[in-house]
Design a protein around this ligand. Structure first.
Ligand code: NAP
Length: 242
């Protein structure tokens, strides 16, 4: 390899994004680590990345803010084009549709769909000139099967899967591969409020997933071995039928 590869991971101060950033660093990537508010979390992940002898550039911005994304990314993109982009930033705001406020509907669509657009557009524009790159979008089982109480989140994640397929077709001839990974129930803060007694029986493997088990699949999709995979959604969910 003549140059160190860079991976931009959004929402990487904790949870699945932090595991992805650590795993990609172990696989030889320097990391551009985006997060929104948890600076101590982001700094702890950065220290782990540096222990793996890779560099970590912290990028604090809200992915829903197009101007903030542009201001954070454009100076870096003048110098370096990341080989990999992982769109992971996100959250859920669950409630039954009849109780759901407009802010919870829009907030969830905004973070997963506008966030994807705001970060991917400037990066893929540069990747197209380099004629190489990998984009991995973190979707969800919820976007594949539907889940009661998650009309907003299922719509956002199904939308992200659709965007993955379309973008993959747009950029395939330029050797840019675009895929989604759809985790099931993974042990992070996002699950803190959920009733485990009702969730565990729905998972054939009978346990939650570990963020590292998602990160390993993302790292594979960013590796040379995945060079002929694009437009796909890979489920990592302990056997839930999608
Ligand atoms: P988490 O532990 O709550 O972490 C979420 C991360 O996203 C944090 O780093 C957070 O940053 C960041 N973030 C949230 N909103 C952001 C914004 N507007 N701009 C920039 N960063 C933002 O959640 P997680 O469970 O790891 O989830 C990560 C991704 O996996 C999400 O897309 C989620 O939908 C998806 N997913 C999770 C599960 C699961 O079971 N956990 C299942 C399927 C899919 P700060 O904390 O710094 O604000």
């Amino acid at each position: 390899m003549t140059e160190n590869k860079v991976a931009l991971v959004t929402g990487a101060s904790k949870g699945i994004g932090a595991a992805i950033a650590r795993e990609l660093a172990e696989n030889g990537f320097d990391i551009w680590l985006n997060y929104r508010s948890d600076t101590p979390g982001a700094e702890a992940v950065a220290r782990d990345i540096e222990k793996a002898d890779r560099t970590c550039t912290l990028l604090q911005f809200d992915v829903t803010n197009a101007q903030a994304a542009e201001e954070a990314l454009s100076p870096l993109l003048e110098e370096t084009v990341p080989f990999a982009l992982v769109n992971n930033a996100g959250f859920a705001r669950d409630s039954l549709m009849m109780m759901m406020g407009e802010e919870d509907w829009e907030g969830v669509l905004r973070v997963h769909l506008n966030g994807f657009f705001n970060v991917t557009k400037p990066v893929v524009t540069k990747m197209l000139r380099k004629r190489r790159g990998r984009i991995v979008n973190i979707a969800s089982t919820s976007g594949e099967t539907g889940v009661p109480g998650q009309t907003n989140y299922s719509a956002a994640k199904a939308g992200l899967i659709g965007a993955t397929r379309s973008l993959a077709m747009e950029v395939a001839k330029r050797n840019i591969l675009v895929n989604a990974v759809a985790p099931g129930f993974i042990e992070t803060e996002m699950l803190d409020e959920l009733p485990m007694d009702r969730i565990l029986p729905r998972i054939p493997m009978g346990r939650l997933g570990d963020p590292k088990e998602v990160a390993g699949v993302v790292a594979f999709l960013c590796s040379p071995q995945a060079g002929y995979i694009t437009g796909q959604t890979i489920s990592v969910n302990g056997g839930i039928h999608t």
